[in-house]
Design a protein around this ligand. Structure first.
Ligand code: SF4
Ligand code: SF4
Length: 193
């Protein structure tokens, strides 16, 4: 399991206990994940095609099949407090290949939303929110990229908010509406001071 800096101590302790208990299941979690993801996780028969298709699996302890099982059985805390939840790249390979036409990617996204509501989120994701708020990009352009782009005969900056900063206030309005930036600032401050 991946180690993520900045998790509260109670969650770190929980992560050390890898056993599942019947009393830890929450049927409402299964229903909520289904509602948010709009996919049929309960149809998963654990074939493992998703994990076999996943580019994160060979490089980490992340196993999408395990999260599908947690979705079906209602293991809310195990799913939401596992740092591996954040190792999905949202490439949708699993969704393309699932023989049951389930969208595991959307199950992960639903779980991430639920985790964020409990302030369970790695700091680097929050810093991405902050970068988008400031620049319109999760990964803003930099001088190395600008030099490389110019060598290739391209404009130093892409035709995005880097070239049209007048659109940044619109992005900020969206992030403010969902209180994403305010929550990101608050949690980063709590974790890093
Ligand atoms: S590919 Fe589909 S059916 Fe197979 S384990 Fe993954 S989600 Fe379940
Ligand atoms: S969407 Fe996520 S879980 Fe699915 S294959 Fe890509 S990285 Fe793996």
């Amino acid at each position: 399991m991946a180690k993520v800096k900045g998790y509260p101590e109670a969650l770190e302790n929980k992560l050390r206990d890898r056993r599942f208990y019947g009393e830890d299941t929450n049927p409402e979690f299964t229903k909520t994940v289904k509602k948010i993801s709009d996919t049929i996780a309960h149809m998963c028969y654990q074939c493992g095609t998703c994990t076999a298709s996943c580019p994160s699996a060979p490089r980490s302890s992340y196993r999408i099949r395990k999260f599908m099982r947690r979705a079906v059985l209602g293991f809310e805390n195990e799913a939401l407090t596992d740092p591996d939840l954040w190792l999905c790249t949202t490439c949708y390979s699993c969704t393309d290949r699932c023989p049951r036409d389930i969208a595991p990617t959307d199950v992960i996204m639903a779980m991430r939303n639920l985790a964020f509501k409990r302030d369970i989120i790695p700091v680097n994701f929050l810093k991405t929110v902050q970068a988008i708020y400031t620049t319109g990009h999760g990964v803003p352009n930099n001088d190395v990229n600008r030099t490389a782009r110019k060598k290739l005969g391209m404009a130093a900056d892409p035709p995005t908010t880097h070239s049209y900063p007048e659109f940044i206030p619109g992005i900020q309005k969206i992030l403010d509406y969902f209180k994403l930036k305010a929550n990101a600032d608050r949690i980063v401050k709590e974790r890093e001071g």
